[in-house]
Design a protein around this ligand. Sequence first.
Ligand SMILES: Cc1cc2nc3c(=O)[nH]c(=O)nc-3n(C[C@H](O)[C@H](O)[C@H](O)COP(=O)(O)O)c2cc1C
Length: 209
Amino acid sequence: MNRLLYIGGSPRKERSRSAMVADRLLTRLKERYPELSVERLDVFDIDLPAFDQDAVAGRYHLLAGNAVDPEQADAWRDLKKWTDQFLSFDSYLIATPMWNFGIPYRLKQYIDILTQPGLTFRNDSDGNVEGLAQGRRAIIVAASAMPFGSLPEIDGLDFQLAYLKAWLGFIGVTDIGAVRVAGTFGPDDVVAAAMAQAFTDADRLANTM
Ligand SMILES: Cc1cc2nc3c(=O)[nH]c(=O)nc-3n(C[C@H](O)[C@H](O)[C@H](O)COP(=O)(O)O)c2cc1C
């Protein structure tokens, strides 16, 4: 683990519970890997390119095994800057709240930008897919008001952690650790217990990385 991209998915800055736990995990990781270089990317603080008509058209050309049309070249060059940056890291720390059972739209936009044929995955005409981000590691810190992970009757509604794991697997990242910060709404003592558990889990995970 040499270069880590810390992807912040919450707009709540210093109040963000996912960021608090991710920061703690990062502190522990730096103790283990003093040479670790970390870059932070907060998806609510950056100008992400729109993933719109030209970008989508380019994507369909590539999926069909053709080149991107000249009219789409600018949009595609823009996207490639983001995938190049992403792929220049060997590890990722994604800290995100759950929003409406999934992830915040800005994080989804970032993922839509990154997930491109020939850049982060490869496909053939038979529908076989190979992720191109293989060999990298990822940690997900997933915050939610509801106590996901401890109440089986709600876990089927988790399109946050489950989605991020599925996406990382799609682009070839299979070495994934996760910490839930779950149950962040309720009486103070309940929330404090959820945070204490998340910090403990973060310490434990950092020790295994
Ligand atoms: C727009 C929005 C939608 C939310 N949707 C959910 C949800 O579907 N399920 C849930 O458990 N919590 C939901 N929450 C609560 C957050 O996931 C929770 O407060 C989390 O701890 C916030 O993390 P953060 O402090 O890192 O932003 C939502 C919060 C917001 C602002």
